[in-house]
Design a protein around this ligand. Structure first.
Ligand code: FMN
Length: 190
């Protein structure tokens, strides 16, 4: 069983985090450790009908963001990677600078120092030079910048079709087997 840390920060795209956690429950291949920023709680109120308790319950383990002594704050806690979804520009900057003043930032810092997988589903538009520099800094350190961009080649009909496609990409990057999205086979989509 893999251990995956899921961080939710205060960018738009809370339904993506909900969908990812939901799929991770069903594939039963990973134990999920969830941490949410205060910004995430505010955006969640705007973007989903689920309560914070319902979101937290999607994870196997929920960590309070102020508990800097939590397991995921330590490199000695074995984990197989972390995904921040959605990743705000503030959280991106905090990770790029190593400014770990909440548990999400500290857990991401641990991924970098331990050379583990770190995937950042960054969400902002348009993107400033500061944002681009922070993304480049983190890419050069081995993190994966995975913006939730729209795709059309699989003929989506609904927002959920689009979400499923990008969540499939996230799962691929995490190394979790999944059949939840359409793959290009050279001629069309499977
Ligand atoms: C409804 C809503 C949507 C937001 N969307 C974004 C966004 O897409 N990207 C972003 O960088 N910040 C966005 N913000 C601003 C962040 O929430 C804000 O900068 C916050 O301080 C981020 O803190 P955090 O990274 O600790 O969660 C949004 C705020 C609200 C209320």
């Amino acid at each position: 069983m893999k251990k995956i840390v899921v961080g939710i920060s205060g960018a738009s795209g809370i339904p993506l985090a909900i969908r990812l956690l939901t799929v991770l429950r069903t594939v039963n291949e990973a134990e999920t450790h969830l941490v949410m920023t205060r910004g995430a709680e505010l955006t969640a109120r705007e973007e989903t009908r689920l309560s914070l308790e319902e979101i937290r319950a999607l994870a196997d383990v929920y960590h309070e963001r102020d508990r800097i002594g939590a397991s995921i704050a330590s490199g000695s806690f074995r984990s197989d990677g972390m995904i921040v979804v959605p990743c705000s520009m503030k959280t991106l900057a905090g990770i790029a600078c190593g400014y770990s003043d909440n548990l999400l930032l500290r857990a991401a810092d641990v991924m970098l120092k331990e050379r583990r997988k770190l995937i950042l589903v960054v969400r902002e538009t348009p993107i400033s030079a500061i944002h681009l520099r922070n993304m480049l800094t983190l890419t050069e350190m081995g993190a994966v910048i995975l913006p939730p961009v729209m795709t059309y080649y699989h003929s989506p009909h609904t927002i959920e079709d689009m979400e499923q496609q990008v969540v499939g990409k996230m799962l691929d990057m995490l190394g979790i087997k999944n059949e939840c999205y359409h793959r290009w086979n050279g001629n069309g989509c499977e």
